[in-house]
Design a protein around this ligand. Structure first.
Ligand code: MG
Ligand code: ZN
Length: 354
């Protein structure tokens, strides 16, 4: 009897598998969110400095990454390159290896497979973190070349600051015209109200970086991300989206707790919008992490009064502390454990299939 029932189960399994072969499941969408400079104390501030419940509570899987580049302490360029390409490189490198040879990024790979791809940041779009997802350059400071890579890239949707990088150029080329020539619908004043999945879009809403959240940026980040998700998810193709809270890092460099915390809360709010979509969709993996910690930030006791917190910094640079990784959605459990930042790329590639 045992044998018979096993045979029966096997038959059911085989029929079941065959039934699925002509309808292969759609690959998972991936939304990778990078809080630049966001260490554990930065994340912790979301639990002490807002009335609302933090969206970080909603994650189901957590891990830690070691973020070193070829230096012990990474910068944002090497940190983003590790996640976009899976390769450890030198500080300043934009998706090139230690010999400055261009590396294939996750955007390069997935756009060739017909995925929709998008990048949203609160810095200029040419800044190190977003650049590592569409450009290849030996130096993060070569903004003119990075802007050329943006125009030539396969990215379907981008939003951030930095239109001056396309218009104020020593070579006198107006790259906004080049975007139009490539059929990319762009705007330098506002986000579109609605989008067509057959088109490509670029929104660069300030000359260089977007203003801080507390100084007029409003809900740009969450609105741009919602628009990007609307755009990507109305297409029949799977999508990859990189979202950066760029200025958490800058609050750290400036040792300005109010700046840092307001940027972190804006990022928390954006995480909420992303998780709302991922919950509804059921086929989207959300990963939230950082390239490194900035400022040696802590929520220290003030004057030994254990009822008072005084945000404190130990450096105006980056630190080597391990960085938390939060994951939600199908295959989120892959992101538990302690591993190198390059494994973020490896794990995303495992999720999408080689
Ligand atoms: Mg950045
Ligand atoms: Zn930094």
């Amino acid at each position: 009897m045992k044998f018979l029932s096993k045979t029966y189960l096997l038959a059911v399994l085989i029929i079941g598998c065959q039934g699925n072969t002509d309808q292969a499941p759609k690959p998972r969408n991936i939304i990778l969110m990078i809080g630049d400079g966001m260490g554990l104390s930065q994340v912790s501030s979301a639990f002490y400095y807002q009335k609302d419940s933090s969206n970080f509570y909603r994650f189901t899987s957590m891990g830690l990454i070691k973020t070193s580049s070829t230096s012990k302490v990474t910068d944002s360029a090497a940190g983003a390159t590790a996640m976009s390409t899976g390769v450890t490189t030198y500080n300043g490198a934009i998706s090139v290896d230690p010999d400055s040879i261009a590396l294939e990024t996750i955007v390069d790979i997935l756009s060739l497979r017909g995925w929709k791809t998008g990048v949203v940041s609160t810095s200029s779009i040419q800044h190190a973190t977003p650049a590592a997802f569409y450009a290849h350059n030996k130096s993060r400071r070569n903004y003119e070349e990075i802007s050329l890579d943006l125009v030539d890239s396969n990215i379907d949707f981008f939003a951030g600051g930095g239109y001056a990088g396309l218009t104020q150029r020593p070579d006198s080329i107006n790259l906004l015209d080049s975007l139009s020539a490539k059929g990319i619908i762009w705007d330098t004043l506002k986000l579109a109200k609605s989008t067509d999945p057959e088109e490509k879009y670029g929104f660069l809403l300030s000359e260089w970086h977007m203003p801080p959240a507390s100084d007029g940026r409003g809900d740009f980040l969450s609105n741009a991300v919602k628009l990007a998700i609307d755009y990507c998810s109305t297409s029949n193709d799977p999508f990859f989206l990189m979202v950066e809270g760029s200025q958490i890092d800058w609050g750290g460099h400036e040792n300005e707790p109010d700046y840092l915390i307001s940027e972190l809360l804006d990022f928390d709010k954006t995480i909420g919008a992303v998780l709302d979509f991922a919950e509804r969709d059921g086929n989207t993996l959300v990963i939230v992490t950082a390239d490194h910690e900035t400022g040696g930030f802590t929520l220290a006791t003030k004057d030994h009064d254990y009822n008072k917190i005084e945000p404190t910094f130990s450096t105006t640079g980056h630190s080597a502390t391990l960085i938390p990784v939060f994951a939600f959605g199908p295959e989120a459990e892959k992101f538990t454990g302690i591993y190198k930042n390059t494994a973020i790329f490896d794990k995303m590639m495992e999720v999408v299939g080689e």
